[in-house]
Ligand binder design. Structure first.
Ligand code: 4NP
Length: 169
């Protein structure tokens, strides 16, 4: 498996991307792992930092859900070091892209920080044209981690293409 960002200082990155869901154990850690795998495969690990967080705090410190781990193990995508944390207002200072999984996440983010800023706050499915879903379904409730993975992979691939083009990488 590919290693990622060993010992690099947070301030050195050109672009920082934060994925957000509700619990930070199913969808956003899946997106974090998938996106950082794509970043490493594109040799952009010195330019792009990836993290994830939840709007809720129930699972702080926990590793990804077993369903997310199963999918990532099958796809040979590392989730090393990924632990749940709650999103904080300070994240607006660090991140260039805050990418949510669904409309409720966006509402909760706006509630946490209603101020206008230059950073991109969007949903992952906004990066997929004619997407099958506008929101990434929550497998904590649906139990379908494979379908969530399919959507997350498509969204993350398109998001990386967008960032590469926008920031001339
Ligand atoms: P996630 O799924 O937002 O994709 O991590 C959830 C995980 C846990 C809970 C809700 C959603 N929960 O209520 O504990």
């Amino acid at each position: 498996m590919l290693d990622y960002n060993k010992g690099k200082k947070v301030v050195d990155y050109m672009i920082q991307v934060l994925f957000v869901c509700l619990g930070n154990i199913c969808r956003s850690p899946m997106a974090e792992a998938v996106f950082r795998d794509l970043v490493v495969k594109n040799n952009l690990q010195d330019k792009i930092r990836v993290d994830s967080s939840g709007t809720g705090n129930w699972h702080t410190g926990e590793p990804p859900h077993s369903g997310t781990r199963e999918v990532l193990d099958r796809e040979k995508i590392s989730y090393k070091g990924i632990k749940a944390r709650q999103v904080s207002k300070n994240d607006w200072d660090d991140f260039d892209y805050i990418i949510a999984m669904d409309d409720q996440n966006i509402k909760d983010l706006r509630k946490l920080n209603p101020q206008e800023s230059n950073i991109v706050i969007a949903k992952l499915m906004d990066f997929v044209e004619e997407a099958k879903e506008n929101n990434v379904p929550d497998p904590y409730y649906t139990g379908d981690f494979d379908y969530t993975y399919e959507l997350v992979l498509e969204g993350c691939s398109n998001l990386l293409s967008h960032i590469k083009q926008k920031h001339s990488m």
